[in-house]
Design a protein around this ligand. Structure first.
Ligand code: PXG
Ligand code: PLP
Length: 435
């Protein structure tokens, strides 16, 4: 028997609609969920872009169980525990060269807020305290903290709180351009010049007032928006030219999704700060991290040795169970060559998703690594309806996909096999044909 549904206020959910016909998951293993009534569902979105090594991995379960038995909790301020240092070293070892100092949080949203605070404090500590502006991007998603929604670019996440945004934030234009790039395979050819919009913002505000630019290498939450060829490189060049820190929000692109450890390596562009979460613990225990260049860390290590250098942290920063999960997760990625696996299977994935071209309402298909999206023609007067209906019908048909407005996003666990790709895409195809 399921408990009453009234008390729980569900996040990012149509609560009343859901509670009329609840969709309840009860068990997960490998590539699958099972519903409370025993139906098996193929997971096409790695939970929520996070279960990269597949569900309920025994190695992670054992590590977490052992840790919680030995030591349930350890305070993170002015005292430490070995697993935190071990995990930080492991994260640094797979991060791009030069990014080797790691601050732990409990989510992507906290990682973003932390990164923004570090960027602002960094400039101030170096005597460049007029750099207070942060530049985000339209259609960006950086979590739901006040910092994250300020630099983010999703109107529904912003409009209720518009008077409470961080001051001085501005936005680059998004790079989504179906007129020129529809049905691209991999990164689209057109749009690198949009990075030059940063020059316009510099001309407007002056570089001396800008602390950082934050972008997702691939925007996930708004429907898989890929960086045009050369765009991230150009952004990097302009940030360097103007002394602006470049932050890559890799909450989704981190830990193998693109075929490299981070999008930074995949796209050959090294930011100054990376935010991550999700795949860090394979989604098993909440955890996020901010990875910074050593120079940034060093800028803080200047006052008296007995003084706290950064007045920031969370009760659950580097929680022992999260650290244990993170260590076990990174071990799996390494042992099983998970990131390389993505590169190997990506061409098959690309062909499979693009086989849906021509189905009713489909106006774009795009892909990279083990991510893809299908975009649908808007139904007049009902934005988001086609995306949500597709999600509901797909769930009934035994696959979990993600609706982002009128876009279906796909991001399966990175252990997906070819026959499971076939099943996912065939089922989605049938759903689209039936609409
Ligand atoms: N940055 C990025 C790039 C993200 O994708 C966050 C920050 C926030 O992380 P937390 O752990 O605070 O949720 C995310 C999270 C979706 C969807 O619909 C994606 C996310 C969260 C919720 C929904 O695809 N990504
Ligand atoms: N609110 C109160 C009253 C607290 O005492 C604390 C932490 O001690 C917080 C919020 C912040 O919680 P956390 O450290 O889990 O983010």
């Amino acid at each position: 028997m399921t408990a009453a549904l009234d008390a729980y206020w569900m996040p990012f959910t149509a609560n009343r609609h859901f509670k009329q016909a609840p969709r309840l998951l009860a068990k997960a293993e490998g590539m699958h969920y099972w519903t409370a009534d025993g139906r098996r569902i193929l997971d096409g979105v790695a939970g929520l872009w996070c279960v990269n090594a597949g569900h309920s991995r025994p190695e992670i379960t054992a590590a977490v169980a052992k840790q919680i038995e030995v030591m349930d909790y350890a305070p993170p301020f002015q005292i430490g525990h070995p697993a935190a240092f071990e995990l930080a070293e492991k994260v640094a070892a797979i991060a791009p060269p030069g990014l080797n100092r790691v601050f732990f949080t409990n989510s992507g949203s906290e990682s973003v807020d932390t990164a923004l605070k570090i960027a602002l404090a960094y400039h101030r500590l170096r005597g460049d305290g007029a750099r207070t502006r942060i530049i985000g991007r339209e259609r960006g998603y950086h979590g739901v903290g006040f910092g994250g929604i300020s630099v983010g670019g999703m109107v529904a996440n912003r409009k209720m709180w518009s008077a409470s945004m961080l001051p001085g934030v501005d936005h680059l234009p998004h790079t989504h351009d179906l007129a020129r790039n529809a049905f691209s395979r991999g990164v689209p050819s057109h749009g690198a010049e949009l990075a030059n919009e940063l020059e316009r913002l510099v001309a407007l505000h002056d570089a001396s007032t800008i602390a950082a630019v934050i972008v997702e290498p691939i925007a996930g939450s708004t429907g898989v928006l890929l960086p045009p060829k050369g765009y991230l490189q150009k952004l990097r060049e302009l940030c360097t030219k103007h002394g602006i820190l470049l932050i890559f929000d890799e909450v989704i692109t981190g830990f193998g999704r693109t075929g490299s450890a981070f999008g930074a390596q995949e796209f050959g562009v090294t930011p100054d700060i990376i935010t991550c979460a999700k795949g860090l613990t394979n989604g098993s225990v909440p955890m996020g991290a901010v990875i910074v260049k050593k120079e940034i860390y060093d800028a803080f290590m200047t006052g008296p040795e007995g003084a706290i250098e950064l007045f920031h942290g969370y009760t659950y920063s580097c929680h022992p169970t999260a650290c244990a999960a993170g260590i076990a997760t990174l071990d799996i990625y390494e042992k099983e060559g998970i990131f390389q696996r993505v590169k190997d299977i990506a061409p098959y994935w690309e062909n499979a998703v693009h086989s849906l071209k021509g189905l009713p309402g489909v106006i774009d298909i795009r892909n990279y690594g083990l991510v893809a999206a299908l975009e649908y023609e808007l139904i007049a007067g009902a934005p988001g309806k086609r995306g949500f209906d597709t999600f509901l019908k797909a769930f009934d048909a035994g696959i979990l996909v993600r609706a982002a407005g009128d876009i279906t996003a796909l991001s399966p666990p990175l252990i997906i096999e070819k026959n499971q790709i076939d099943q996912l895409i065939d089922t989605l195809g049938k759903v689209l044909k039936s609409q």
